[in-house]
Design a protein around this ligand. Sequence first.
Ligand code: PMP
Length: 383
Amino acid sequence: MTFEPADRVDQVPPSGIRRFFELAEEMDDIISLGVGEPDFSTPWSAREAAIASLEQGKTSYTANRGKRELRERIADDVAERYDLDYDPDEEVLVTTGASEGVDLAFRALLNPGDKVAVAQPCYVSYKPGVTFAGADVIDVPTRVADDFKLTREVLEDSGAAEADALIFCYPNNPTGATMTEAELRPVAEFAREHDLLVFADEIYSELSYEHDHTSIATLPGMRERTVVFNGFSKAYAMTGLRLGYALAPPEAITAMNRIHQYTMLSAPTTPQYAAIEALDNCESELREMREQYDRRRQLVLSRFDEMGLDCFTAKGAFYAFPECPWDDADAFAEALLEAERVAVVPGSAFGVGGDGHLRVSYATGMSDLKTAMDRIESFLADQ
Ligand code: PMP
């Protein structure tokens, strides 16, 4: 008897991002523009709410679907932002990060052999998640020519009409692309025409700098076929607290909760108190963080422009996605790390369509960010 990984585990390659973190960890004086998480701490009052709950001994499981009070606040927040009504009892599931929501949706709603159109470049979890659910990926590469927006044309060209489901994420990791309501409309139309389930990862919905975020669930005929994933990691700088949620019609939430109740029981309790406070009272902190990200975004984009590094105008999340001046972006990222101690991630780590690009995260303080830009500039000048 040996510990051979199961076939579905063996099929999945190790994360391309990790390799870079491991390289970077071995070096001193690194400025990492590689990470996908806020550099801010969770707003203090949200931390205090978590601390108070611990002091009061509130350390039991919550309801499987999450504390009702939190589900109500989530439903109110979504109603206020998008004018979308979700029933807190039937249509909201509190999860251990948006990541758990994505995994649950794949496993609860897909059958082996189902096909999932995955818009790429994308967050590294989607394709492995589809594989773990026994379903198959249809690669949908978005294009730099479209500023990495998902278009009807790329859906058609990649055979997504054959899919059972579609997953995408805007504002996007790794490109920073966003989509307006008008741009989402043809995607919604395509999903309706081909009767696709839609998995919309909206974890960066609060970080859209040039226009308001539109949830695809607001478009005609979409709420009933869409599972929305969101959470507290990005907007409220709560990555380590591991709290997210899924919104969907009752049948989908019931199926997802069927797995969640056996595998997770409930999302962690302490962060649920932090999340209630975040939704109730942390709007100004959220706005402040968003303003800071936006200032950094503008700095990064203008510095890249001055350096002659082609980069489309990323409008959301906290990433820029410049074209790599070398043919081999992996080699470029490694050389930049060694020569200048700046870590960026090659776009190939994020699936098809990412090749030839670099993901540069600006979830880093302004002074480090400026130093990193100087170092990149000097690296390019030395070539
Ligand atoms: N979706 C995307 C697009 C992400 O970038 C991330 C985190 N990097 C997640 C989901 C995971 O979020 P959470 O911490 O809520 O699990």
